[in-house]
Write a protein of this length. Sequence first.
Length: 262
Amino acid sequence: MGFYYADVKEMGASFLAVADGDPQLAREASQWMARRAWERRQQFQGDLLEPNEAVRRASQASKGPVVLMDVGDNIGAGSPGDSTLLFAEILRQKVPNALVVLFDPQAVSACIAVGVRQPIELAVGGKTDQLHGNPIILKGRIRSVSDGLFVEIQVRHGSWGNYDQGVTAVLETDQGHTVVLTSLRMAPMSLEQILSLGIKPESKRVVILKGVIAPRAAYEPIASEIIVVDTPGSTSANPASFEYRHRPRPLYPLELDAEYRR
């Protein structure tokens, strides 16, 4: 499958053909598929927008919500869920009325200590490592604190029904953004993750989602546009972002002069 998050000697695309008692036929079929893929190798390269371009495009949209898929912080692929890179860009460009969910148990505890409806200033996100941005200092009001339990009644990801994102706090910032802080990581597979907190995602101008494929069934019906963003992080879409020790060499596109070998 060419799974470039696995630094192993088998990394790279492979092709398998099955024939009934005819190994040569299977060999020819697999080689045909391999050559066909190699001849089209440039078409498999992603052409994603950088964060600043994606946020600028979202700001120019005639209506919302514009959904920004944070590829580098894809929770379903194993990321920490606390990247602040896209949200920081929204703040820098002064795009109004954004929604973001961040994994931040420390911030949740701070909100609980202060109390619902109270003003607060705290640092959110960017606390797991150095790959996903820095904590952002926000001022705002604590809108609610929830147990983080919700139920999906639609047929969604694997038909899961009962979800738990841990004790959850909702912060309305002085700049007019909604920040959901969770104490468990939760891939954004269900609108109920937001609706259960009393938030209407379709009323937001921009929604940042920590996923790529899993959120689509839930968010495509309400999104005016979905933009997949080439953000840095542990699940980056660019294999050149990572250091490898075991992968084969040469390997396209990491080595552009790689050649097809039977």
